[in-house]
Design a protein. Structure first.
Length: 483
């Protein structure tokens, strides 16, 4: 009988212990923290009554593409212009074959190469010319025609400016001339010097020579046509493959300007500036161009810095963030002994300006716990990281106190120090895009563009329903050379 009574008492104690353990779990918030921890509980199941998930809510996303500024210093090799000019102006350069209007026929040939020099905004050049003329002399009753032959060097200067409608504004004047062979006419079969008459001839034709050169320069350099073609081509989507991705850049140019054309050390220099909105797309399908605009009027600036400043929007979807975080945290244990937990799953979403990190855990706690954080750009590592990782402690919730006591510090350290979303890949993709499609390319014969992208910064990070929207600011340099 005594043995039976002992068994009954032992069974009652076991049942009472089991009941007490279940009661703690069911009414966990009614017990002090030290009481809970003194009870040998194997695990605690979490549901929405023990920890409430932060509300998923987003600010409305507004994105106005930032205007990118691209400055392209241009240098034009004067010997190249000299060569092109000599190829164009070759042989007969002036021909007046009608003698009846002014009593003179005149032909002029360039008989040696033209030499150029450019100082400030003025082009100086010398044209060596061989002249043949036929002059009609009125002898009263009759007339007689006499031939004139001579060689001369004529020094010109031409000032060059640009109009608002992208035309060359040139003004050419004759500075001086030198007779290389004295002008002569044949009288009675003999060559007679008539330098005084030739000087009068040059003086009377000075204006014609000047106008012909201005006309030829404008015909040879149809600047408006060139710029209109460049402007329209800027608005076509540009595609390339970089780091295994098909990338498209779509430009919406808004403005174009340049600095005065100046000459120094054998080169003509100016800086071309373009202001444009840029969009970056990844995918096989051509996104198409935006509504195209015509070439705007030219604006002249006294000077421009030689940098490019490009603004691009990129996406970091939650799926990517989940994957990166899982690689970092899956299987990681936090806490010690019987109070330890392991991370099984991880997911992200937004709560206005906070990035919520949801952790599916098992061990002493089974279920989901939630941390809040602030995303920011780490310039040194070219990546998006999180800071201010925190567990919102509800002092009435003892489970929250357990998380705060055992796990928050380690989770905070792990996430803040090691979790990162690298942007270096995006930056390298854009750099590779530049190398393949823009930099180190010959866009026209003898016209080459070189450049590099140096730095990346983040202007803004916004939390959206699909992930993080990151506004990138990329800086670099471009240079265009004609030689």
């Amino acid at each position: 009988m005594q043995k039976l009574l002992s068994i009954i008492i032992l069974a009652f104690c076991i049942l009472q212990s089991t009941y007490a353990r279940k009661e703690v779990v069911d009414d966990i918030n009614d017990l002090p923290l030290d009481t809970l921890l003194s009870v040998k509980v194997d695990s605690i199941e979490i549901d929405s009554t023990t920890i409430e998930a932060p509300e998923e809510v987003y600010d409305k996303f507004y994105y106005i593409p930032r205007t990118s500024t691209i400055h392209i210093p241009m240098s034009i090799n004067i010997p190249l212009i000299e060569r092109r000019l000599n190829e164009t102006f070759n042989g007969l350069i002036y021909n007046d074959s009608i003698i009846e209007d002014d009593g003179l026929k005149l032909k002029a040939w360039k008989n040696r190469n033209i030499k150029l020099k450019y100082q400030a905004d003025t082009l100086f050049y010398t044209i060596p010319v061989k002249i043949w003329a036929e002059k009609r002399f009125d002898l009263g009753i009759t007339t007689t025609d006499k031939e004139l032959n001579a060689e001369i060097e004529i020094d010109f200067q031409t000032t060059i400016n640009f109009s608002k409608d992208w035309k060359l504004l040139t003004h050419t004047t004759i500075l001086d001339y030198r007779w290389l062979s004295k002008p002569t006419i044949k009288i009675l079969g003999m060559n007679m010097s008539i330098s005084f008459l030739a000087d009068q001839l040059i003086a009377s034709y000075r204006s014609d020579f000047n106008q012909e050169i201005d006309k030829a320069l404008n015909e040879q350099i149809p600047l408006a046509d060139y710029m209109a073609e460049i402007w329209m081509s800027l608005q076509e989507p540009i595609s390339t493959n970089a780091s295994g991705y098909q990338i498209w850049i779509v430009a919406s140019p808004e403005n174009i300007y340049c600095t005065p054309l100046l000459g120094d050390l054998g080169k003509l220099t100016t800086t071309l500036g373009i202001k444009s909105k840029l969009d970056l797309f990844v995918g096989k399908q051509n996104p198409g161009s935006r509504r195209k605009t015509g070439l705007p009027p030219l604006k002249m600036y006294s000077n421009c810095i030689d940098t490019i400043d490009i603004g691009v929007l990129t996406d970091l979807p939650y799926e990517l963030m989940d994957s990166v975080a899982m690689d970092l945290l899956k299987g990681t244990t936090f806490g010690e002994g019987r109070h330890s937990i392991s991370v099984d799953t991880i997911f992200f979403y937004g709560k206005k300006d906070k990035l919520v990190i949801g952790l599916g855990v098992s061990g002493f706690i089974n279920g989901k716990i939630y941390l809040e954080s602030v995303p920011y750009f780490d310039k040194e590592n070219v990546s998006i990281k999180v800071k201010d990782v925190d567990y919102k402690l509800d002092t009435r919730n003892v489970l929250a106190k357990i998380v705060n006591l055992f796990y928050k510090k380690k989770l905070k350290e792990k996430l803040e120090s090691e979790f990162e979303l690298p942007l270096r890949t995006e930056f390298e993709m854009i750099k590779e895009f530049g190398r393949n499609s823009i930099f180190d390319t010959e866009i026209f014969p003898d016209v080459k563009i070189n450049g590099r992208l140096d730095n990346i910064n983040v202007d803004r990070i916004q939390i959206t329903p699909i992930g993080l929207k990151v506004s990138l600011d990329i800086n670099g340099k471009l240079r265009l050379s004609v030689d």
